[in-house]
Design a binder for this molecule. Structure first.
Ligand SMILES: [Zn+2]
Length: 314
């Protein structure tokens, strides 16, 4: 067990605990045997002794969990704890990231594919993939950011709400999509099995699922321990490994065809790098400070601590 050396990573705990509930069983295998990885404020990050799933307990529940995805999530005054520093300001970098990721995505696409991006945020992925002639649709729970996707793609293509809401509201038919994507979404969903089973019904026979999630077994995650930037206990409820994400998908009727860190990086500004270096400690922060002056320069960074999984219906 490691102890965070950056002080509490979390926000003040009182209001959080009021809306949080202890998790008694592993979401993946049902076991109640687990080992503490580390404690951070009111939260514990634990590993299931049976299947190895890493999860957070206690956890925000119901509306309190949904409420974190408000305007402040996308322009956060404390992105270390919650959300993004300024998601919209970095739109050019997100578009460039998805443009590069097309190198992987195109291998799983059929011509004129019907695509659904679940958790589409501002619709950056859809805007890119649309340029290749595909029929694009998105669902986004957070109204604060979905407005951007609607402005870019139209209200007939983007639904604000859950996937279940969207199926009814947008009249998605069973077996009607060629590809469904979940970019950095699965770790936020309390019941990922329910969403994956819904996705299974929406895919055409032979349809594909592409997802990205952080890899808690990666070298970067193990080296940083509790300082790993993906430990955000309000929103990242699960931390998967190649083994646990494969088991989850298998349980829900998907066969994993490819899994790896290629194309799982992103374009970042030099200012972002300076901010992240500051989190590693005072010396790295000071060394990287001049980078912050080169605000308008960017580069592709892939610490290989996220994984992209391509899966097909079994
Ligand atoms: Zn388990």
């Amino acid at each position: 067990m490691q102890t965070p050396n950056t002080g509490h990573l979390t926000a003040p705990s009182a209001d959080v605990l009021e809306h949080a509930a202890a998790i008694t069983h592993c979401q993946l295998c049902g076991s109640d045997h687990r080992t503490l990885k580390f404690r951070d404020g009111p939260f514990e990050v634990v590993t299931c002794n049976e299947c190895g799933l890493v999860y957070v307990t206690p956890r925000l529940q119901g509306q309190a969990l949904l409420d974190i995805y408000d305007e402040g999530y996308w322009k956060s005054n404390n992105p270390k704890v919650r959300g993004y520093a300024d998601y919209a300001r970095e739109s050019a970098l997100y578009l460039k990231t998805f443009q590069k990721r097309m190198g992987l995505v195109k291998r799983w696409l059929v011509p004129n594919a019907r695509i659904l991006d679940v958790g589409c945020a501002a619709g950056y992925f859809l805007r890119i993939v649309k340029q290749f002639g595909h029929d694009v649709h998105g669902v986004e729970l957070s109204e604060a950011i979905a407005k951007e996707a609607i402005a870019a793609l139209g209200s007939d293509r983007v639904h604000i709400g859950t996937l279940d809401d969207a199926v009814a509201a947008m009249d998605y038919q069973p077996q009607s999509f060629d590809l469904i994507t979940l970019w950095d979404v699965i770790e936020h969903i309390p019941n990922p099995q329910a969403v994956l089973q819904r996705i299974r019904t929406l895919l055409k026979p032979g349809g594909r699922l592409l997802l990205e999630t952080q890899n808690v077994a990666s070298r970067w995650a193990r080296w940083l321990g509790p300082r790993w930037h993906h430990y955000k206990h309000h929103e990242h409820l699960y931390h998967f490994t190649p083994a646990t994400i494969t088991r989850l998908l298998d349980d829900c009727g998907f066969a994993v065809r490819e899994l790896g860190a290629a194309y799982a990086g992103k374009y970042v500004s030099f200012g972002f790098l300076a901010e992240r270096a500051g989190r590693l400690g005072r010396i790295p922060g000071l060394l990287a400070k001049p980078l912050g002056l080169l605000k308008f320069c960017n580069l592709y960074v892939n610490p290989r601590d996220e994984m992209i999984v391509a899966a097909e219906l079994k």
